[in-house]
Design a protein around this ligand. Structure first.
Ligand SMILES: N[C@@H](CCC(=O)N[C@@H](CS)C(=O)NCC(=O)O)C(=O)O
Length: 363
């Protein structure tokens, strides 16, 4: 084997993120569409039942896009997708994590709560991933619709009371981004950074393509629609230009959303994890959510964000703190002194060795 293999499917949130990164960095790879047999093989190799997964030419397997990209940056460093400036670098890492984790629920909701979306997407999933399963198509599609709606909508905290809040996360994000892309092509300047790839996960495979969310995007935020196509088409060798210096005012809103919504959620999730709970009921921006699963992976996300913030050199710590505090992110970032995820105790991420079924579940 001489090529990197990327296992996934053409409608998957995180697979799209990894594809866009490989395309931008011009890292040669072969795309392999998953089926049940390959999924089983990947679970054995990576310990996780999730996509995407990557197989290196030396045979090693990897999973989890954030640490995978960090590893590929060590192997293909030019041009880097992280800003040189330490404060901007942390903002970039925070925006990546916020975008891909916090827009997950609205992305799943828009795909599986609306009839036209679930009809179309269940057909796509079955045609792509379950073509060789010996069952009638209508049964496979009904199974997928039910599984996805139960697992990723009802069980993940979307009910009549939280519905409007879940949708507002998408709608507000579109409004904020429309302002950003009116003044520059990518989140942090003239070329893509890690933050763009994190945001790409929900925006590309879900919001810009699923019928209901896509209609909204095209009408409400055509600049975001253009950005996701631009990023898909971006190649490092043909992309020049500077990053912003300092935090642009048009990103204040997204950071304030992270400080008032996502980081408090991460803290509540971490407390529930420490208490050994399987489910918890957070209040988010004043909205009482119904029961949702405790996520070990997201306790690790909080730990990782804290670690990245601590890596900012001493001389820039004051600037980092004041920048984040002004947007309401500093206090919630360090509210939990020891999140205690135990997600990567043997420090093998993104390589094999963990036993995690899926990022929304405890072991
Ligand atoms: N943290 C992982 C998350 C991967 C993930 O959740 N992938 C989804 C699809 S986009 C998945 O495989 N879900 C399992 C399932 O639906 O059974 C990453 O960054 O790659």
């Amino acid at each position: 084997m001489s090529e990197i293999k990327l296992y996934g499917c053409r409608i998957s949130y995180y697979t799209g993120k990894m594809e866009a990164y490989f395309r931008y960095k011009e890292i040669p790879h072969q795309f392999v569409v998953l089926n049940r047999r390959l999924m089983g093989m990947l679970k054995d190799k990576t310990g996780a039942s999730q996509m995407p997964a990557v197989q290196l030419p030396d045979g090693r397997f990897m999973t989890d896009t954030t640490p995978m990209i960090a590893w590929f940056e060590t192997q293909f460093p030019e041009p880097p997708v992280l800003p040189q400036d330490p404060v901007l670098r942390f903002i970039c890492q925070l925006l990546e994590d916020y975008s891909e984790e916090w827009l997950w629920r609205p992305a799943m909701h828009y795909r599986w709560s609306y009839k036209q979306d679930r009809e179309l997407l269940s057909r796509k999933i079955v045609d792509e991933l379950m073509a060789d399963e010996p069952l009638p198509g209508f049964l496979k599609r009904a199974f997928i619709r039910r599984r996805q709606h139960v697992e990723y909508v009802k069980r993940d905290g979307v009910d009549a009371d939280s519905w409007a809040h879940v949708e507002s996360i998408y709608l507000n994000t579109l409004d904020r981004l429309e302002g950003v892309f009116a003044s520059r092509p990518y989140l942090l300047g003239e070329r893509p950074t890690l933050a763009d790839f994190g945001l790409f996960a929900p925006m590309f495979r879900h919001f810009s393509q699923d019928p209901t969310a896509s209609d909204i995007m095209r009408l409400r935020a055509p600049g975001v629609f253009a950005w996701q196509a631009r990023l898909w088409n971006a190649r490092a060798s043909a992309t020049r230009g500077e990053l912003v210096s300092g935090l642009p005012a048009d990103l204040h809103g997204m950071l304030e959303d992270a400080g008032s919504g996502y980081l408090p959620y991460l803290n509540a999730n971490a407390v529930a994890w420490q208490q050994g709970l399987q489910f918890f009921r957070p209040v988010i921006q004043g909205v009482q959510y119904p029961s949702m699963p405790v996520s070990q992976y997201r306790v690790w996300c909080l730990e990782q964000l804290q670690a990245r913030a601590r890596e900012v050199p001493e001389g820039q710590q004051a600037s980092l703190q004041s920048t984040l505090a002004a947007r309401g992110c500093w206090a919630p970032l360090f509210e939990q002194q020891t999140p205690g995820s135990r997600y990567d105790e043997s420090a093998q991420v993104p390589f094999k060795g963990r036993k995690v079924h899926y990022h929304n579940r405890r072991d």
